[in-house]
Design a protein around this ligand. Sequence first.
Ligand code: FMN
Length: 231
Amino acid sequence: MIFRLAKSNRNCNLNYFNMKSDISALRNEYSKSTLSDSELSSDPFVQFDQWFKEAINSDQIEPNAMIVGTVDQYDQPTQRTVLLKDYGKEGFVFYTNYKSRKGTQLENNPKINLLFPWYHLQRQVIISGTVTKVSKEDSESYFHSRPRGSQLSAFVSNQSEEIPSRKEIESRLQKAEEDFKDKEIPLPDNWGGYLVTPSSFEFWQGRENRLHDRFFFERENEHWKISRLAP
Ligand SMILES: Cc1cc2nc3c(=O)[nH]c(=O)nc-3n(C[C@H](O)[C@H](O)[C@H](O)COP(=O)(O)O)c2cc1C
């Protein structure tokens, strides 16, 4: 990684880590694209679809990776990355363990935030909404489309639970490999998909001099109210 060396330290007095570089000087101009009123679709799903396809066709790594925010029982927000596996007019689908930390939180509070960090395109999309579980048939069908190794890992991993060691989970995996040799691996009871039904979208396009384009879509009955937000 190339750090621009600091010319002076006057902006940064927090030199706790004795860094040789000045991160306050890390700065890019955002000039790759625009999002004007006339370019914006009046349908946020159409706008998302267009940007998602552009992300897939760009050099953005993991274009379907999204940061998922949930809230715990103490109102503490928590986040992690998960992969978007399907989307359409009904919403956005990802798969996980229903008993994981996020699964437990969503059981108590189904409100969720998704953030697509498409830095390569100087874009981000933020979606707020509510989750419901997808049907068992959908979870089953996606589960069995995964590589066998991923199915086995999901089977042996009680995601987010403390484990004594890596060795212990590796031996669980090895045992499952033997138990299910030449057999179909069943969908684990606690594993499946969530459908996020959006209540709002924000599309952010980086622009020169930090005067970015931002559009906020808020669901109002069957319609979407659109506002342009200050950058
Ligand atoms: C690029 C990337 C993709 C990931 N995709 C998923 C995913 O699709 N589903 C999932 O459960 N965890 C996925 N993870 C792991 C999660 O970030 C997280 O560690 C895990 O779901 C446990 O989160 P929790 O303890 O908050 O429930 C992914 C992590 C990364 C970095």
